[in-house]
Design a protein around this ligand. Sequence first.
Ligand code: CO
Length: 135
Amino acid sequence: MLTYNLDHIALAVPDLDKAIAQYENLFGGTPLYRETIESQGVEEAMLAVGGSYIQLLQPLGADTPVGRFLERSGEGLHHIALAVTDIEKALEHLRDEGARLVDDTPRQGGRGSRIAFVHPHTFAGTLIELVELKT
Ligand code: CO
């Protein structure tokens, strides 16, 4: 039985320091961690919000997926991440159901997790990230 739990909502921002400071001033709380993920071309920070998280993504350069997103759409909602316990099984299920996958196989995410993206055309025009958290 596959289950999906909301793990985080990710926002693309041009200035991570500024976005973190704004969040701290407005809503309180400090980042749980901050990590550069070269393979994704981002520096990310994770802020705890109740039982879920807000992830802030700053591109490492203009010619990265998040850099192109900022250029195209400006800052704001980038993706919603759903936690799964078995990412291969979830990908197989989604593929069987005709989902358009950005990643056929999982890749490295933050906190030692494995992630895979599902194309926005698949569901409500929103990029969905599957995340299998490191246990
Ligand atoms: Co994410």
